[in-house]
Design a binder for this molecule. Structure first.
Ligand SMILES: [Zn+2]
Length: 316
């Protein structure tokens, strides 16, 4: 099995947000579930081999985020705002430990996207079984996103001269406002963003190619995506693509069924194959990260996308 060249994960990809008083859990077993289902199918009785990432260092994080913002992550109030919780943790030694651990989780999973991008540059296709924090801005977190792994990956790869021109294909149900804002004036980053017109964030940020979909437009979603990919590639040739997957476009991807686009698993399959094949056919490296997925069955959409990516890479 050659999956070590294409798959990034760590059993520590778990963030217990209840310690902050948040009631939102990101279906925290998504990465574990995807890995276990793929292992069951392709390597029974064993786990598919994968690479473990390293936590991003503060030096690496400062390539995207302001120092004052990173410093503010020591304060409970900063976390309360990002996660929309009304009561903040008391300022004491225990809280310091809890917040350091939580930030460590985000640094690890964000390191996963950076590693997946490196693997994609070397081997064509790769997936990080987590992350996708597209709402985090340079100077503040937002929408459960503390640091922006997508921007961090782009800035760090650029710093190392590994990749210069990057296309972000963001198919999460919610607009990637953080990524859009960070790269608004950067001609070397192209942001193609499909998102729900009527959903949070209500104020959409400017991006290279925004496609706002109304909730009833599920049936035309894939046709619009095909046209958008053609349009994007006609004007921009990337060294690397970061595919922000977004299982929350799937009918079981949000907490309550009927809130979103309600794309079926078959439609999600068509969608994700279209993206992966579009770039694989052109030999453009692509790294996938998870992003949104809240319902109990959100993992199903991630699973079939990663399965296709690994098959297409010839890894399974
Ligand atoms: Zn989302």
């Amino acid at each position: 099995m050659k999956t070590r060249k294409h798959l990034v994960y760590d059993p520590q990809y778990q963030s217990d947000l209840t310690v902050l008083g948040s009631t939102v859990q990101f279906a925290p077993d998504r990465g574990a579930r995807v890995l276990s289902e793929l292992s069951k199918e392709f390597l029974p009785n064993r786990e598919l081999p994968y690479r473990k990432p390293q936590m991003l260092t503060f030096k690496q994080m400062r390539r995207t985020h302001d120092e004052t913002y990173l410093d503010s992550l020591k304060l409970p109030a900063t976390w309360a705002e990002i996660f929309g919780v009304s009561t903040t943790l008391p300022k004491n030694g225990h809280t310091t430990k809890v917040l350091r651990k939580l930030l460590g989780d985000y640094r690890l999973k964000s390191g996963g996207t950076l590693l997946a991008a490196r693997l994609a540059m070397a081997n064509g296709l790769a997936a990080n079984l987590g992350a996708g924090y597209h709402h985090a801005h340079r100077d503040h977190g937002d929408g459960y996103c503390v640091i922006n792994d997508i921007a961090l990956t782009i800035h760090n790869l650029r710093f190392e001269y590994v990749a210069d021109k990057v296309m972000v294909v963001d198919l999460d149900f919610h607009q990637g406002n953080g990524v859009s804002t960070i790269f608004e004036n950067d001609p070397k980053v192209f942001t193609l963003d499909f998102h729900a017109l009527e959903a949070w964030p209500m104020k959409k940020q400017k991006c290279s190619l925004p496609v706002a979909i109304r909730k009833h437009e599920g049936p035309v979603y894939n046709a619009k995506l095909k046209a958008a990919l053609d349009q994007a590639l006609a004007s921009f040739q990337p060294d690397l693509v970061i595919f922000v997957h977004g299982a929350d476009a799937y009918e079981h991807g949000l907490k309550n069924r009927g809130e979103g686009f309600s794309l079926t698993l078959a439609q999600m399959n068509e969608r994700d194959r279209m993206v992966i094949d579009c770039f694989a056919d052109r030999h453009i490296p692509l790294a996938l990260c998870f992003a949104g997925g809240y319902g109990d069955r959100a993992w199903e959409a991630h699973h079939q996308a990663v399965r296709h990516l690994l098959l297409r890479a010839g890894a399974i």
